[in-house]
Design a protein around this ligand. Structure first.
Ligand code: FAD
Length: 456
């Protein structure tokens, strides 16, 4: 299999990645980490930094960064799903979580700098654009809400249409927000770089090794058993394939495309002079990045769930969604003229039933982990890695006191209700986007969205 073909980001590595060896039989370690995406790799990295004598084994079915970590939009943004609820429950602890995730954006940049990881990290902020009046109204309301949980004008600020146009010339500017706590990264380069750094510091990363069952004290894999008093689960959506875990998350496929590199005159027309991030505020939002080699990589416009939580490479391409993304790009930036799409890909992420990201911890079994980052894990996985490091070393620190540690999400409904719910959600989001575009009011849909937890 060619790993270069899994995303534009993997292709941009410039060569087929060198694979690490599988687990060479049974092993005994101090910490076993299941999954070699951002969550697992950051955990391994911080463990080796904190205690170089710690024996750490990362077990990865394919290769480092193979999952969502090597396929995403590269928005490294200070955002944790559920932060608002944690804040409402306890403003002091909520504020601590807010500050911790904010600091994580810089922490990712600092590690890139210290470890010589060339991940095209650029902290230039992120633009969320309203492309119709309804989106503008919602975005303003949500900004008010953000203020309520302590995000300041310095963190996120409103942009009038003229200010939007000064940054990026979209066809229908109705305002937007600019989030300064946001960096663009090349996610595959970041994941591979963190893996190399963890390995240099002494972690063992076993690739081409599938975890088959996880029990207290051991991980049974396709290549032997790893025994460890501490186990960190870092599989995100893939964990639903393990015995007894199917209803923990709803696996959703997201899709992306990348254009060919765009010429300087075209970029002069678009604006976005700095390498930057932008997206719209539709319900099925889009997120895009001007890449280091001057393409646009854009994703979104989807909520793709498959019956019985099915996961597989056959779901990674979706011509319908890819066309929606091309249309969105043409509509938003007509000055693009003709452009070629060079890459199309997809990846899976897990959505918890209460849309809340969390770190699980079980002192009795020694198993901790992240169930899912709810589709927004580039930055939170760094915070999770540092926190899981402290948990695995048995340390009580400010990180282990953060309110997302120990939060438990309920299970999803059994089939066929899960599938029916996903289809209904998708239809509702699509039809609401259409209504907003036409400038219609939609009070019934609004109530339904809110009842289904899909309102912002
Ligand atoms: C198209 C797309 C766009 C996205 N855009 C953004 C974005 O712009 N910003 C943002 O913050 N988030 C984004 N996300 C979400 C983000 O990528 C994820 O939240 C994050 O990468 C999750 O990291 P992880 O390490 O927890 O999981 P993953 O990256 O999914 O890693 C899990 C790893 O486990 C391995 N594995 C699976 N099964 C087994 C097994 N049985 N044994 C051993 N190993 C196994 C997989 O191969 C994989 O490498 C996006 C996701 C997608 C799919």
């Amino acid at each position: 299999m060619s790993y270069r073909s899994i995303s534009y980001w993997f292709d941009s590595l410039g060569a087929e990645p060198e694979l690490r060896s599988p687990l060479p039989g049974d092993r005994e370690v101090d910490v076993a980490i299941v999954g070699g995406g951002f969550t697992g790799l950051w955990t391994a990295y911080y463990l080796m930094r904190a205690d170089p004598s710690c024996r750490v084994a990362v077990i990865e079915r394919e290769t480092a960064g193979f999952g969502a970590s090597g396929r995403n939009g590269g928005w490294c943004v200070a955002l944790i799903h559920g932060l608002e609820e944690f804040f409402e429950r306890d403003p002091r602890r909520g504020a601590a979580l807010r500050e911790a995730i904010k600091a994580s954006v810089d922490e990712v940049g600092a590690v890139c700098q210290d470890e010589g990881i060339e991940a095209d990290y650029h902290k230039g902020g992120g633009l969320t654009l309203a492309t119709n009046p309804q989106q503008a109204e919602r975005l303003r309301e949500d900004l008010e809400y953000e203020r309520g949980i302590g995000w300041t004008e310095e963190d996120i600020r409103w942009l009038d249409p003229e200010e939007v146009t000064a940054r990026i010339r979209i066809s229908s500017p109705f305002g937007g927000t600019f989030n300064t706590n946001t960096a663009a990264v090349n996610p595959a380069k970041l994941a591979r770089g963190v893996a190399d750094a963890a390995e240099r510091r002494g972690a063992s990363i076993y690739e081409q090794t599938t975890a088959l069952a996880v029990e207290p004290g051991s991980v049974r894999t396709s290549h032997g058993t790893v025994r460890a008093p501490r186990i960190v689960m870092a599989l995100d959506a893939h964990a639903t394939l393990l015995p007894g875990c199917r209803r923990n998350l709803m696996p959703i496929y997201e899709h992306m495309i990348a254009t060919e590199p765009l010429s300087d005159p075209v970029w002069d027309e678009i604006g976005l002079a700095e390498r930057g991030l932008f997206g719209d505020y539709s319900r099925l939002f889009t997120y895009a990045q001007r890449t280091a080699d001057n393409r646009i990589a854009i994703g979104g416009r989807n909520f793709d769930y498959h019956y019985r939580s099915a996961i597989g490479t056959r779901f990674e391409k979706n011509p319908h969604v890819e066309q929606l993304l091309i249309d969105a790009l043409r509509e938003m930036l007509p000055q693009l003229g003709e452009f070629a799409i060079t890459h199309r890909w997809g990846g899976v992420l897990g959505i918890p039933r209460d849309f809340t990201s969390a770190i699980s911890i079980d002192e009795a079994t020694g198993i901790a982990g992240v169930r899912s980052h709810t589709g927004e894990g580039v930055c939170p996985s760094n915070l999770a890695g540092r926190t899981l490091c402290d948990i695995a070393l048995g340390r009580k620190t400010p990180l282990t006191e953060l309110p997302w540690v120990g939060h438990q999400s309920p299970q999803w409904e059994p089939e066929p209700f899960r599938w029916l719910g996903a289809q209904a959600s998708r239809a509702l989001l699509v039809s609401t986007d259409r209504a907003e575009k036409r400038g219609r009011q939609y009070p019934v849909r609004k109530r339904l969205l809110s009842a289904m937890g899909l309102d912002d």
